[in-house]
Design a protein. Sequence first.
Length: 368
Amino acid sequence: MMMSHTFDEEFELSLKDVNQRFICPICLALMSKPMQTKCGHRFCKKCISGVIAGRDRVKCPVDNNFFWVQSDLFIDQAFERELNSLLLSCPNQRNGCLWNGEKDAFKSHVTNCQFVFINCELCGKDVLSKTFATHKSTDCPCRSVLCELCEEEVPYNNKLKHQVLSCELFPVGCPQCGQKGIRRKDIAQHVDQASGHCPLTLILCHYQPFGCTHMDYRKNMSYHISHAVEYHNVLLMKFLQNLEKRLESIEQNFDSNINLSSNITNKIEQMQRAISMRDAVQNIFKEKYSGCLLWQIDLNSNGCVFISPSFYTANPGYRIEAQLDISGYQDSILYITFSLSLKEALKFPMIFESRYKFGKWLPFHQSY
């Protein structure tokens, strides 16, 4: 944030050593477009216009003498030239600026003066404008820099702390064996029981899956392996024997499962045949005992009289056959009844309504 005053404040600061005759007695600032009264006092045009406020005759703000606005007040051009040629010093002179110039150049200089203090938002220090860019890039203790190991962006004053405490690529020592130069992220792999290389990591014997319970430092495990060959061979033999027994048990279970599967398959086939027979019987029962008959007649055969397969009017019901005479002699359709063993369960006399429909049968492969 810029540590500077407004232009008006800077201008006032630069007027401390200016002759008071150039100061307006109304606004107490350097005069602008000076106007003079008949009594010899000068004021800013804007300031004296505020005093006049449209009146024809007013008092002088300095000595209270009356003057006529139209005749006793005029623009002092000579004094204005003297005012414009007045040399002013830069308000940042206390910071080292040596500029001196006329009033017209004052504002432009103050706007671009390199001796203005700027507050660094990172470290909070006030820095001269002319050195601020260098401060941000090379001098600010809070500037962002890259860790040369992991290339993470960190504050400059926290770089060492970052590397010592958290940088994954910073070389550290193994807490167990003391080996130096291991990257922080590789420590876990270095001390890993299965795949590490730390000589002081406690590991299990390679024959642990076969029953060996020995545990020792990695550097001592080769000694154990070389001096426990006979013990390990015994463990391997026992393991192989147990494995062979398990294989025999698996083979037996496999054979048993095959037999069981075969029996289940046979039972499924029997059930499928029984279901098929049941469905066939149900279809026959439905066709025979529904009181309906689907009858196909071959008209190309010799003869005019045809007798249908027998069917039942209901369940229980009468067993009947239909007789068709296609010659048209007397009755064309007759029904023949048969005696039944359960005729006591049937209603007598037999009364039923006969309905029939004739149609021409076409083979399925014939096109319509």
